[in-house]
Design a protein around this ligand. Sequence first.
Ligand code: SF4
Ligand code: SF4
Length: 324
Amino acid sequence: MKLKDSLSELLGNPPRRIPKNEVPVEVFELHGKKKNDKERIAAIHAELAELKEKKPPKVWRRRRWATLIFVNLLFVISYYFDVQLVEGALTASRVVGFHMADLNSALQVMLAFKHVVINLVIGTTTVFIFWWLLGGRTFCSWVCPYHLVAEWAEMLHEKLAAKGIVKDHPFDRRARTWFWVIFAVLAFVTGYTVFEFISPTGILSRALIYGPGLALLWVALLLLFEIFYSRRAWCRYACPIGLTYGFVGAVSPLKVEYHLESCFHEGECRKVCLVPHVLNTVIKGRAQGMHVELGADCTRCGRCVETCPTGSLTYKFKGLGDLL
Ligand code: SF4
Ligand code: SF4
């Protein structure tokens, strides 16, 4: 996917439909062949029915949850046992003596203080390189504590939706870009990092380390809103951290890659994805090539990778080929 299209999608614009004259001939030919492969289509439907029945283990989800819990527990254990391995919280910390800072928080602090804080520059540089390598939004699904509880809330939402008790109410995705701008301006004008007061990421991280506080009520309200009104609303339409990390990882070497040849467009991946617009390419007739790297808003959570019945989505580290 072109960087320009990827960033435009990240900012909330709808995915670009490429004109027919830009679609490679081999892609056209492949669609024709697939239409007539009735046997393969029937096999995929049978496989899907079997998967629904058997419910195979979600390998990537297990790995992800284990990593997320481990990282957050490191802060907790370090604080309680004073081992000074990891000090601080996710927003700003010292890891074995190295300053680390969440990129969005660092930006907010510098805007509020109106000068460049040297420790933050050191911290953000280390973190920037790390998240650039892994793809910025990997932070969301592999580290952010709110992601974990929101995923549980999402499971509940899905169950209630299947019974017809709740319905998802999507918002305009451009709202997240506006929130990003509003919080940046607020920090600059007020001199306070206003976003940090309401960020469920920071609230949960601090609550885990220093103990619960009233701010957890705000997190509970957000979760209730997501369960009963709008699926994954905070991460999809509001959180500026997700947008910041999306930019950081826009040209990351780690991507999820789509392979048109084996895909039969049944769309299971889009149903499980937090940001289904990045999987626009899997819709029949939308792919721009035989292999398409997903855009910057992808959190590299691996849910599509483990859900796709035809193995058409894989992790890829540039230079190392398909990882899985
Ligand atoms: S979008 Fe924000 S709250 Fe959601 S997972 Fe990413 S950092 Fe956490
Ligand atoms: S495209 Fe796949 S890896 Fe990326 S966020 Fe969606 S489900 Fe996760």
